[in-house]
Design a protein around this ligand. Structure first.
Ligand code: AMP
Length: 542
């Protein structure tokens, strides 16, 4: 027998219509690329999103078309989140920190029809425009005063505010199928080309509901949320959707994520919670520390994307009275998988034991199931000792990558994360290692295979291996291990200079260590674990 309930699809636009009707007065404050502070309310956001939806239709954007953004965290980007997805097109957020070749690849692979960009991204847009075969409409996210010259862009550049001004706000959000695609984000955290994760309206709304729960990110209308995690990184961990669902005030930091700038925003706007990668918090803590400041409104911060050290958790909590929620997720998980929020019996534990738990990546939020499996594929026990590859499944976990039908990531209907973890009896997961061959530096991926490919064509290199070595500021940095050819005296400087122009500057290895031989396993595979064990503290001790 079927239930007798209304059939209402779970749509991204429903978050906005809820915010407009029930939290219309709530504020959104943005530090703009233009340099000033902009503020308006959810009801203005909703109105302008409808204008933009009409403008997109005028530009010929059809349901299912991809619309790219190269933009920081700000209100215009938020408008696009709703205007594009709400009208049935697919919002494709592009990471401007990636190498130009990767950006070109992603725009071409996604077949973006329109690309919106913040004005400071003009050099990227000029560099990629000539390299993309399909005609693309470029829109600068600014007003007439700040419009950039359109040099190098044969089709010219449209002005965001002119599109809004020319459009009516009379637009009815279409009744889409909840399984239609709503947004697209590529991950470079795998080997080979970046892979597209295509979220649906349903997966996005379900993720929003679960992520806002008290034991997850714990968001409410009482919060003022500062998403430091970029809106091009898995939808800023869902915060632009969560804020509409719960009616929280939003504060967008724009392009400047330095400690002084963030601190000022936090204090002036009375921010209660924030979210970002450990590197950003290190900068903030260093600033607050050096100026002997304190936080007067901030109650908690979500730290994820890379492991958060117990020292950082302790400093936030003990010195600044800001609770840390350590979280783990992936682009393929929309992104939330686990959050380390304590269970009642853990709160009274001695501080050291509690801190050790908080340094774990946490327990699964409802909707995500997880297990760890050994090399034989069998599940290993949750005994806080046995480690295995972390596998997940759930309604906001990727099924297959966009336009990569041949790549089936699953094993027995579980998604293998490439992370190695253990789980304790309370269900708290802790990442202990990584099976995938990538380095995460300040929240951004660097492919060790790409680095090795460049180094190995150097005429004096016999073998090259690149590993992730721990780093105080960036979490991890690439360390290059080189076996020279017989008789070669090639130097570190010569090898590092060889990378110029071949990889993005921030992807260049930080150092080279010369070794006699590369350790190989029985099948001839490089034993990277052994090299990691030997050299992973290189930057901490050098
Ligand atoms: P991304 O798809 O770029 O969000 O990267 C996801 C990957 O980042 C995960 O598979 C982990 O390897 C890593 N990661 C994310 N959060 C954490 C965390 N809290 N601790 C350690 N690694 C993390």
């Amino acid at each position: 027998m079927k239930g007798l309930m209304m059939q209402q699809p779970l749509l991204v636009s429903s978050l906005l219509t809820h915010a407009e009707r029930h939290h219309g007065e709530q504020e959104i404050v943005s530090k703009r690329v233009e340099g000033d502070i902009h503020r308006y309310r959810f009801r203005d956001l909703a109105k302008r999103a409808r204008c933009m939806a009409n403008a997109l239709a005028e530009l010929g954007v059809l349901p299912g078309d991809r619309v790219g953004t190269l933009a920081w965290n700000g209100y215009r980007h938020m408008e696009l989140y709703y205007a594009v997805s709400g009208s049935g097109a697919v919002l494709h957020t592009l990471n401007p920190r990636l190498h130009l070749d990767q950006i070109v690849y992603m725009i071409a692979h996604a077949d973006d029809r329109v690309v919106f960009f913040d004005v400071d991204m003009l050099p990227i847009v000029q560099a990629i425009a000539a390299r993309i075969a399909n005609p693309i409409v470029f829109v600068a996210m600014t007003d007439r005063t700040y419009m950039p010259a359109s040099d190098g862009l044969p089709g010219g550049v449209l002005c965001y505010e002119e599109l809004i001004d020319a459009s009516d706000d009379d637009f009815e959000w279409p009744h889409l199928d909840e399984n239609d695609a709503s947004s697209l984000c590529y991950t470079s955290g795998t080997t080979g080309h970046p892979k597209g994760v295509l979220y649906s309206h349903r997966s996005t709304v379900l993720h929003t509901l679960a992520a806002a729960l008290p034991d997850a990110l714990n968001c409410s209308a009482w919060d003022t949320i500062l998403p430091v995690v970029p809106m091009f990184h898995v939808n800023a961990w869902g915060l632009p959707y969560i804020a509409c669902m719960v009616g929280a005030k939003l504060v967008f930091p724009g392009p400047r994520l330095k400690g002084d700038s963030l601190y000022e925003l936090i204090e002036v706007e009375r921010v209660t919670m924030s979210a970002g990668v450990p590197t950003v918090w290190q900068g903030l803590l260093a600033y607050v520390n050096s100026q002997q400041l304190s936080f007067s409104s901030m109650r908690r911060t979500v730290i994820g994307g890379a492991a958060c050290s117990p020292a950082m958790i302790a400093e936030f909590q003990e010195v600044y009275c800001v609770d840390v929620l350590h979280a783990w997720g992936m682009t393929e998980l929309s992104p939330l998988g686990t959050v380390c929020s304590l269970k009642p019996h853990q709160v009274s534990m001695p501080p050291d034991e509690r801190l050790a738990i908080q340094a774990k990546q946490g327990r699964a939020v409802y909707g995500i199931d997880m297990k760890i499996v050994g090399d034989d594929g069998e599940e290993v026990p949750w005994d806080n000792a046995s480690a295995g590859e972390l596998m997940v499944r759930g309604p906001w976990v990727v099924d297959s990558y966009f336009r990569c039908a041949d790549v089936r990531p699953h094993r027995d209907s579980w998604f293998p994360t490439g992370d190695i973890a253990k789980i304790d009896a309370d269900g708290f997961m802790q990442i202990t290692d990584r099976a995938k061959d990538v380095i995460k530096s300040g929240g951004e991926w660097i492919s060790s295979v790409d680095i090795e490919n460049v180094a190995s064509v150097h005429p004096e290199v016999a073998s090259a291996v690149c590993i992730a070595a721990r780093h105080r500021k960036w979490d991890e940095r690439p360390l290059l291990l080189i076996v020279r050819k017989a008789g070669s005296a090639v130097t570190t400087d010569e090898l590092l200079a060889f990378f110029d122009g071949k990889v993005a500057r921030w992807c260049k290895p930080d150092a080279v260590v010369f070794i006699d031989a590369v350790p190989l396993g029985a099948t001839g595979k490089v034993l990277k674990n052994r090299l990691r064990d030997q050299f992973q503290d290189y930057f901490l001790t050098a």
